[in-house]
Design a protein around this ligand. Structure first.
Ligand code: UDP
Length: 337
């Protein structure tokens, strides 16, 4: 197979590219702005990388959608601080730029594997979010955080409609707090500039206190990247059409922890296993901060976000296998060694 990966240098794209090259004989045609996360891929003869901006290289994209069997448009903004600070950029990139690619897949009859998000469920009160039954609950327009959720939701609906009415072959996957090596740059010093785990690792590396937004009682199901990628590999392979025109939650319901617990685990782990940073870790204080001060007016949070993974279990024979203890150690080995 020929796989087109747009945004191959991202967190998911780089891990997926490595897995494809290691486990299959598929060719990857890739585009990204940079290639710093792709050092394990760039010398492989089955990895064909072009550097560039997907919003500019339209002819290249058209040609490569035509040439490939499966298209993964992974270019998106996915950090909550940006949803609040630059909502139009989120809409333009996550929705508008990607809509062009969805339409090319319709035009050339190509299979698309598109990243939806656990954010689409928003503040849904369900104990477990179900792909087919749960309501998608967002806040008022002035809470700009939801522009990401609703841009993704709209795209899910557009893709679903193209599938139902125009014959598009698609799979949508919804990552639930995937983490691991190469998540974000922990030296990005902007508050909220990266997702929670890399933010906290960065706080400790820089000897800063950790901010717990609204006290850190909100919970997330921390899902290690290799589990996410394994699910994605099965979705792409689409054995027996098992992923055809379906939506999959991909998350680890067994590792549902509060943001405060995550910070505490991190401090304990670094103190015990990384002597170079132990002194920093012990000095760190957990400071409560209200969401408005940390993110601004437009923020609103999700208190519980647990995936139902029945569909992934049944259709893909997939389940998460990496516990938080193991995943954290692997992530810390990457960032701290
Ligand atoms: N969070 C926090 N302190 C930080 C960064 C994030 O308490 O320095 C919280 C954030 O408010 C959210 C959770 O951690 O409730 C997870 O944030 P993340 O950026 O990973 O994205 P989300 O899971 O909300 O999509």
């Amino acid at each position: 197979m020929n796989i087109l990966i747009l945004g191959a240098n991202g967190f998911i794209g780089s891990h997926l590219s490595e897995a494809i090259l290691a486990q299959t004989d598929w060719h990857i045609h890739a585009m990204d702005l940079t290639q710093d996360k792709l050092e394990n891929c760039v010398n492989n003869p089955r990895f064909h990388l072009t550097l560039g901006d997907i919003t500019e290289k339209k002819a290249w994209i058209r040609e490569h959608v035509q040439k490939c069997d499966v298209v993964l448009p992974l270019v998106a903004v996915a950090t909550p601080a940006t949803y609040v600070q630059d909502p139009l950029r989120v809409f333009e990139l996550d929705f508008e730029a990607n809509l062009d690619i969805v339409r090319l897949c319709v035009e050339f009859n190509k299979r698309i594997v598109f990243p939806s998000t656990s954010e689409v469920y928003g503040m849904c009160p369900d104990k477990e979010f179900d792909e087919e039954k749960s309501h998608l609950v967002t806040g008022p327009i002035s809470k700009e955080r939801w522009i990401y959720s609703t841009s993704k939701q709209m795209m899910d609906r557009v893709i679903y409609a193209y599938g139902k009415h125009k014959g598009l072959s698609y799979s949508l996957f919804r990552p639930f707090n995937w983490y691991g090596p190469r998540l974000d740059n922990p030296f990005n010093t902007k508050p909220g500039g990266s997702r929670v785990l890399s933010q906290f690792i960065g706080n400790i590396l820089r000897g800063e206190n950790i901010n717990l937004v609204d006290g850190g009682a909100q919970q997330r199901c921390m899902t290690y990247i290799s589990d996410g990628i394994e699910a994605l590999m099965r979705i792409i392979a689409n054995k027996d059409n098992s992923a055809h025109n379906r939506i999959f939650n991909i998350g680890n319901p067994n590792e549902n922890i509060s943001v405060r617990q995550l910070a505490e685990m991190l401090i304990a782990n670094i103190t015990a296993h990384y002597p170079k940073y132990a002194a920093n870790a012990q000095k760190v204080e957990l400071v409560d901060i209200d969401a408005k001060t940390y993110y601004g007016e437009g923020y609103q949070d999700v208190s519980l976000r647990v995936p139902a993974i029945k569909h992934a279990r049944e259709q893909l024979a997939w389940q998460p296998t990496v516990d938080i203890k193991t995943g954290l150690r692997k992530t810390l080995d990457f960032y701290l060694s």
